[in-house]
Write a protein that binds this ligand. Structure first.
Ligand SMILES: [Zn+2]
Length: 286
């Protein structure tokens, strides 16, 4: 059973904060607002190590998750090392939505936490890469430090978490590089314009839950490739700095809340569309 109570709490907070301002109300958050972020119900502690507390799942699954966390941390770049960090992992039942959420990370009030909605059908390699992506979120958030949880820029958030999980992701998807994975998607007509909706409702493009998950994998892989380009061009610190922008939401009436977008020109000296063109041009010369 999943709840979205805290999400409702945030919206109430947003309305309260926005009250009394002229023009469309805009509010700032230090937290990541994602439409379908579920929360796993409280569960008993299954395993505790130097690094993590695992809640829920059976002892065997908790052990597997713990070893996947260690593998993911061992392959992080030294910049992200954080030996004293502890976090919790909550294991819940698989999500049965149109585009099943498989994992999520949160840094709510400074408490790092990962949620895994584990489908028993997953292979070990698949579990490994899902864990590694969420570990990437947690260590990115810790490296960013300035704001509590993720920024408002979905490209940098998901791209960097995926980039940090490169070894296990590429191994499970069967590619030697993000670029080769992206080329393969493009050959099948799958490409998401960087300047388009940052959090598209992928279920509208998919005819099944499996297809939707595959599209999300393609989207995040694409963002990881782009983030890799930004890191190569501008350096890791510039990318981390850009990811510190807090999320701003503007109330747009019937359309609901519109999330802020990062000003790429201010952060990287060129608009997002131009950076995207330069990144894509590099594909042709490889
Ligand atoms: Zn993610």
């Amino acid at each position: 059973m999943l709840t979205r109570c805290w999400l409702i709490g945030i919206i109430v907070l947003a309305l309260a904060s926005a009250h009394g301002q002229p023009g469309p109300p805009t509010v700032r958050f230090g937290i990541d607002l994602r439409r379908d972020r579920p929360q796993v119900e409280r569960q008993p502690l299954t395993l505790s190590t130097d690094r993590i507390d695992v809640y829920g799942g059976d002892p065997d699954l908790a052990e597997r998750v713990s070893s996947h966390v260690e593998v993911a941390i061992a392959t992080l770049p030294p910049r992200f090392a954080n030996p004293s960090m502890r976090f919790s992992v909550r294991i819940g039942p698989p999500d049965d939505g149109d585009c099943p959420v498989r994992g999520f990370a949160s840094m709510f009030v400074g408490q790092p936490s990962i949620g895994l909605l584990v489908d028993p059908e997953w292979s070990d390699a698949e579990l490994q890469r899902i864990v590694a992506h969420e570990v990437g979120h947690v260590y990115h958030a810790a490296a960013r430090a300035a704001v509590d949880p993720p920024s408002g820029d979905a490209i940098l958030n998901e791209g960097l978490a995926t980039w940090l999980a490169a070894p296990s992701r590429l191994a499970d998807l069967g590619f030697s590089s993000f670029e080769s994975a992206i080329r393969s998607s493009m050959e099948r007509g799958i490409y998401f314009g960087m300047d388009e909706e940052p959090t598209p409702d992928l279920s509208t493009f998919a005819s099944s839950a499996e297809e939707c998950v595959a599209l999300r994998d393609a989207l995040y892989t694409q963002r990881a490739g782009f983030v890799g380009f930004l890191i190569q061009r501008f350096g890791m610190e510039a990318v981390i700095e850009a990811s510190r922008q807090p999320l701003e939401l503007t109330f747009m009436g019937r359309e609901g809340w519109r999330a802020s977008r990062l000003d790429y020109e201010a952060e990287f000296g060129a608009p997002l569309a131009q950076l995207e063109r330069e990144w894509l041009a590099g594909f042709a010369t490889e």
